[in-house]
Design a protein around this ligand. Structure first.
Ligand code: URP
Ligand code: ZN
Ligand code: ZN
Length: 468
């Protein structure tokens, strides 16, 4: 089967031009002007549309066991939602959860078998023994898992100590892998949480006040220093705070290979959301929490100066209301105690339109930068490029046709995730995904779903930790 996408405005991280794209099988075979329509070609007219490489979202938690709750999306529902949002590859988190790394990865593969787009895995390390360190190189070389995440937050659940992070950084460095860190000072936050609860402060807004930006800055600085000592590259996940960004900038200016991502919710929402009436603020309980407005301007600036390299979603969906069927956990677990609200929020379906609207349409970034932040940079940093992350001859034909002028309103009622709310309910945006091709197959056509559970492939990744 061949397909021809004609007259589209192709945008990559470096180029921006009008041409046709010929796809044969799963890959891009040719790009050129006036490519002839062959006898077997399925024709798609992209006049007036942007032709983008499929989005790469390097931070999702599908069907993820957080101890107190499990996320609402299966790999089937979460990847379908991602596809409707223009994302064709996810790098999802497999949680060690006290098990061996091969066991944790096997369990992740069992659940990921229903993915409808391509998926790769990072491993979250919670218990690092000598065997774990030895298993890391097997995971990297044999299984293509070339990144690991460690938490400096959530004591007793996910947190590791500094020595563990340091040892892991060295093994990752020696094997061409990238260490990702959730940087908040867990023990100090725990003290603040206990004090708040003892004072009778139980509402969702205390989630934010007990996780101060200063403690994100402190942990970011600490992780960077440990990576420097280990001479290892480092990736800070879901950076939300000016203090954390300052630590990243300071290190990068000295040539330290530190990279960082932020997420749409930190770019568009503020901690005022926690003041919503009733228990509604619980919808916005994710870690780090939403910050006040002055952090936002600095995050946008960091995206412009390349001190932040990636926009991911940290899609970690928990329903707001108790669900009659199927989904056992919800934000309601935290009524009367903000510390029991499952931490995490949805976002996998709205990343591209939000960043396009707030970034490109508001003149904060170029089209190329938009593609770089949402596709090319994550593909490069996590060892998927050039198979993913660009439109080039030989790359997978993961292609999004995007209408840069369509105005629409984000509504949970029309999204595809199993979660029952959107952080961006009622937000009007300009820019909409119209068609999505996964390795040459049309999987989204307007509001029609043509993909299938299990249609995704597992991506073994190569060396991670470099952007060039
Ligand atoms: O609140 C969040 N971000 N939940 C997911 C776990 C994590 O820290 O990434
Ligand atoms: Zn995290
Ligand atoms: Zn996360």
């Amino acid at each position: 089967m061949t397909l021809l996408i004609k007259n589209g405005h192709i945008v990559t991280a470096s180029d921006d031009y009008t041409a046709d794209i010929l796809v044969e099988g799963e890959r891009i075979r040719a790009i050129g002007l006036d490519l002839p329509v062959g006898s077997h070609a399925e024709l798609h007219d992209a006049a007036g549309l942007l032709v983008l490489p499929g989005g790469v979202d390097p931070h999702t938690h599908l069907d993820w066991d957080f101890g107190v709750a499990r996320t609402a999306d299966t790999f089937g529902s979460g990847t379908k939602a991602a596809a409707f949002g223009g994302t064709t590859t996810l790098i999802d988190f497999a949680n060690q959860n006290g098990r061996s790394l091969p066991e944790a990865l096997r369990d992740w593969h069992d659940r990921a078998a229903s993915a409808a787009i391509d998926v790769a895995a990072h491993l979250i390390l919670t218990k690092v023994t000598d065997q774990t360190l030895a298993d890391m190189s097997t995971m990297i070389r044999r299984e293509g898992v070339s990144s690991f995440k460690l938490f400096l937050a959530y004591p007793g659940v996910l947190m590791v100590d500094d020595g563990t992070l340091f040892k892991t950084l060295r093994v990752a460095r020696d094997n061409g892998a990238l260490t990702c860190v959730h940087a908040e000072n867990g023990p100090v936050i725990q003290v603040l949480i206990e004090e708040a609860l003892a004072a009778g402060h139980t509402a969702p807004s205390y989630h934010a006040t007990t996780r101060p930006s200063l403690m994100e800055g402190e942990a970011t600085h600490r992780a960077i220093r440990l990576a420097e000592l280990a001479t290892a590259p480092l990736y800070i996940v879901h950076l939300s705070a000016a203090e954390a960004l300052a630590a990243v900038i300071e290190a990068r200016d000295r040539g330290v290979p530190v990279y960082a991502e932020t997420c749409p919710h930190y770019l568009f929402l503020t901690q005022e959301e926690y003041e919503r009436a009733g228990f509604e603020g619980a919808k916005y309980v994710m870690t780090p929490p939403l910050r006040d407005r002055h952090h936002q301007a600095l995050l946008w600036r960091g995206l412009g100066t390349n001190d932040l390299q990636v926009i991911s979603t940290d899609h970690c969906p928990f329903c707001f209301s108790e669900q009659p069927l199927g989904i056992k956990y919800s934000k309601q677990q935290g009524v009367g105690n903000f510390n029991r609200i499952p931490n995490g929020a949805p976002g996998v379906e709205t990343r591209l339109p939000l960043v396009f609207d707030g970034g490109v349409k508001q003149n904060r970034m170029s089209l190329n930068r938009f593609v770089q932040l949402t596709s090319t940079a994550p593909a490069k940093l996590f060892g998927l490029f050039p198979r993913k992350g660009t439109i080039a001859v030989g790359s997978d034909a993961d292609i999004v046709l995007f209408d840069p002028e369509e105005r629409w309103t984000i509504r949970a009622a029309s999204h595809h995730s199993r979660v029952d709310y959107s952080l961006f309910e009622g937000h009007e945006v300009i820019g909409r995904v119209k068609k999505v091709f996964l390795r040459g197959s049309l999987i989204v056509d307007g509001d029609k779903w043509l993909g299938r559970d299990g249609g995704g492939q597992y991506c073994r990744r190569g060396e991670a930790g470099r952007l060039s």
